[in-house]
Design a protein around this ligand. Structure first.
Ligand code: ASP
Ligand code: MG
Length: 457
């Protein structure tokens, strides 16, 4: 169901890495404002690298590397003030200067306390890492205002209400909806662009929390869902999800539309434009999520919705995972005794090793693992009841598309396109949304190019 709420625009760390990037964002937000009635709601990450730096400084404070910590805060301070200087003339900058200085004061105090206590409590940790988003949202709000956009900085701790699971807090839907109605909607109604830091929320008692790494996308989805947004735009530094990995296949195209299921499948294969689970609150409410490039604002990007793809779109994309190892396990009895699979998987579980692709036959099971640190121990345990064969230097090649479910000819063509390559495993997941092929890593580039040509060129 289409809704009439505002658009939510989220800008990631690389879209706001420095003053030039922030300048481009100002242009994009101005454009969005001109073309629709309601002003958009803007969510912004910390500048790129800042969250990592804050985490490192927290750790350093706990080890009493006091000088290192002071230098680190000075770097962060310089980075924000330099951007400010380039974006605003001094006479317009005094308010935002004082606001950012206040966040830096809090940060210094929190790191000092961490040094004295020799560790940061979970709530101190969240208060420290939230500074990146708090400062950057102040900066962006001021830059927008200076660029002629009426804005209102909104404290995300007053808008996103979470549980108290610090460092990976979960939003509470009803209190968040009320808070968004109270803190954000009136600004939109006044025609101002609310600007909020992502990643950050607070408990019902007002204690600062964070939503987990990469959490600004989650913030955009949470706020979008609470607002019944028309669309959520995730502005990043790539053109969208691609039909293949551009490092392996030359000239892949942007996938214009993905179903949520397809996006989840592709994300697993390292198409890490976003973590699909973070946009679930939006997709559950049928709000389209669009991935766009802030360096090339005129591209259409990739839309992710709950809708299935058009019936004639055969595949969404092909993806891969390189350098995996296959373990072939054959029952030493004639047929697989019952309990065999359980024993096999218990071994992997005991060694905390995730398996990716699994195929079985009457007497054997083959699995791939990506993390081979515990392989020797795993093989030893498996040999207690099975014959084991290990093959390294393989790759997983995966064709993804919801229509694989409806049209068996697509899967047949996927396999046909790889004719001539020695294939180690073939599997179609229960979702039947993908066909997965394990082949030699040395054959991957050619195999993927051939598959891509068959469906996309
Ligand atoms: N700044 C946070 C992080 O780096 C959140 C985000 O960028 O989405 O994890
Ligand atoms: Mg991110």
């Amino acid at each position: 169901m289409a809704t009439a709420g505002p658009i939510v625009m989220k800008f990631g760390g690389t879209s706001v890495a420095d003053a030039d990037a922030i300048g481009r964002v100002v242009g994009i937000v101005k454009g969005a404002r001109d073309s629709s009635g309601l002003p958009p709601v803007v969510i912004v990450s910390a500048m790129s690298g800042v969250t990592d730096r804050l985490l490192e400084l927290t750790e350093a404070a706990g080890r009493r590397r006091d000088a290192h910590v002071l230098n680190g805060v000075a770097d962060l301070s310089r980075r924000h003030f330099e951007a400010l200087e380039r974006l605003l003339p001094p006479e317009s900058a005094s308010d935002v200067l004082a606001e950012i200085a206040a966040h830096l004061d809090d940060l210094r105090a929190l790191l000092k306390a961490t040094a004295i206590l020799r560790s940061a409590s979970p709530s101190a940790h969240d208060a420290i890492v939230s500074s990146g988003e708090l400062m950057n949202s102040r900066l962006l709000a001021a830059a927008l205002q200076h660029g002629g956009v009426a804005t209102a900085w909104v404290d995300p701790r007053r808008a996103i209400v979470t549980d108290d699971a610090h460092t990976k807090a979960a939003p509470l839907a009803d209190p968040t909806r009320e808070a968004v109605a109270r803190e954000i909607l009136p600004r939109v109604a006044e025609g101002r662009v609310p600007v909020l830091g992502g990643f950050v929320g607070a408990t019902v008692q007002g204690v600062t929390t964070t939503l987990g790494r990469g959490g600004s996308d989650y913030s955009a989805a949470i706020i979008g869902a609470a607002l019944d947004a028309r669309e959520i735009q995730i502005w990043t530094d790539v053109d969208g999800m691609m039909t293949a990995d551009p490092r392996i296949v030359s000239g892949p195209r942007v996938v214009p539309h993905l179903s949520f299921g397809e996006a989840s499948e592709l994300a697993y294969f390292g198409a890490k434009v976003l973590h699909p689970s973070t946009i679930l609150p939006a997709v559950a409410k049928d709000i389209p999520v669009r991935i766009l490039n802030s360096r090339r604002a005129d591209g259409g990007g990739t839309r992710i919705t709950a809708d299935p793809p058009a019936a004639d779109r055969e595949l969404a994309a092909v993806a891969c995972k390189r350098h995996v190892t296959m373990v072939e396990i054959t029952s030493t009895r004639m047929l697989m005794a019952h309990g065999f699979l359980r024993r096999v998987f218990e071994v992997f579980e005991r060694h905390r090793t995730a398996v990716d692709v699994v195929t079985t036959s009457e007497v054997s099971v083959s699995v791939t693992v990506d993390d081979d640190r515990h392989l020797a121990a795993i093989v030893e345990d498996l040999r207690a009841f099975a014959e084991v064969n290990v093959e390294a230097d393989l790759a997983i090649l995966c064709a993804v598309g919801d229509n694989l479910r409806n049209d068996p000819r697509i899967a047949a063509r996927v396999i046909g396109a790889l004719e001539g390559f020695p294939v180690r495993m073939v599997s179609q997941a229960a979702s039947r949304r993908n066909v997965t092929i394990v082949l030699r890593d040395a054959d991957l580039a050619l195999g993927m190019a051939q598959l891509h040509r068959e469906f996309f060129e």
